[in-house]
Design a binder for this molecule. Structure first.
Ligand SMILES: C[S@@+](CC[C@H](N)C(=O)[O-])C[C@H]1O[C@@H](n2cnc3c(N)ncnc32)[C@H](O)[C@@H]1O
Length: 324
């Protein structure tokens, strides 16, 4: 039975790993060996890797201790084939050195938030529950969303909301946030922010999404630095792959996918310098072969079954042998 946390009855039940079959195939998990799941979350992908071969082992990383607890509970039946580490995957080299891991058969990163985080009534990721505006994946470190809203300038707030949320009315929202701050009132809870944004921009005439959806997404990305050092993480992951080892990355945001696409192209040897540069300065060297010319998207059936999968994109690469 799944473990309950803090009396909220949270579990991995009901959580559906995205693009599961496609990911396991691209990782060639049936060959067994050691895999690193850099975003173990509720352990869905990790479990599928462990089930693909009785010889497979997984080292699971997550910066969310609550998720790791649930994953450990779920995967206890696999004994020492599953190990876990509470860490940020951008420190992959340090984590693997500490765990005394050499080269690995595969690395997986299923980016973004888990359903545990979004559905939690306490963590402040969603305006569906009134909660302190926290949004940190790792509640043991960093600034909360409320602290960020209290500190950033109007220009920076507008930039973040526009860039990370693709919100057209970002400047107006940023102005309302700063005016609220200047009136001496802090924005402390999810409902405070949701109602401020609603009043700043008015209802969405097409009523497709709540008017605060994009602002919440932008803040979450900023609080967790989700786009920072993604390229260096991917390079570290490729470094640790054995020849013919696989890297699979699932992203949920166009900015994230763009970084993954460009970094994999660079690691495949494709120069990323602007065309006007007389010679290459980006240092592209061919260390992988890209396995997904176009990103793999969920089928209509998967989206119907799991609407959260709708923006997912899966890209994968294979490490070339050292002689290449
Ligand atoms: C989409 S969920 C993964 C779900 C998982 N594949 C499953 O099947 O249950 C993403 C997870 O990655 C974690 N995460 C996001 N960024 C991270 C980072 N930089 N370092 C470590 N974990 C991270 C989040 O805390 C979250 O639990």
């Amino acid at each position: 039975m799944a473990m309950a946390f803090g009396g909220q009855g949270l579990s991995h039940q009901g959580h559906r790993p995205v693009l599961l079959r496609e990911t396991i195939e691209l990782l060639a998990a049936e060959r067994g060996g050691l895999f690193v799941d850099c975003t173990v979350g509720l352990g869905g992908h990790s479990e599928a890797i462990l089930q693909a071969s009785s010889d497979a082992q997984v080292l699971g990383i997550d910066r969310d201790e609550e998720a790791l607890g649930l994953a450990r509970e779920r995967l206890a039946q696999y004994g020492s084939r599953f190990r876990s580490v509470h860490a940020d995957f951008r420190e992959l080299t340090r984590v693997l050195a500490t765990a005394e891991v050499g080269r690995v058969r595969g690395v997986l990163a299923d980016l973004g938030v888990s359903s545990l985080q979004v559905d939690s009534p306490l963590r402040g990721f969603s305006f569906r529950h009134d909660a302190p505006l926290d949004m940190r994946m790792d509640v043991t470190s960093g600034e909360t969303a409320a602290q960020l809203l209290g500190r950033l300038s109007e220009v920076d707030l507008a930039r973040i909301i526009f860039e990370y949320g693709e919100e057209r009315r970002a400047r107006r929202i940023a102005r309302w946030i700063v005016e609220r701050r200047e009136s001496g009132e802090q924005i402390q809870t999810t409902r405070d922010l949701a109602s401020l944004v609603e009043r700043a921009v008015g209802p969405d005439k097409k009523r497709r999404i709540h008017p605060a959806t994009r602002t919440f997404q932008a803040l979450r990305i900023a609080v967790n630095g989700e786009l920072e050092d993604l390229d260096s993480f991917l390079a570290q992951a490729v470094d640790y792959l054995e020849p013919d080892g696989r890297l699979a990355v699932i992203s949920f945001h166009s900015l994230e996918d763009r970084i993954v696409k460009r970094t994999l192209l660079k690691l495949s040897g494709r120069c990323q310098c602007p065309p006007r540069f007389p010679q290459c300065v980006c240092g592209a060297v061919s260390v992988v072969e890209i396995l997904t010319k176009r990103p793999i998207a969920p089928t209509d059936e998967e989206i119907e079954d799991n609407p959260r999968a709708r923006s997912a994109k899966l890209r994968a690469a294979r490490k070339l042998s050292d002689e290449n």
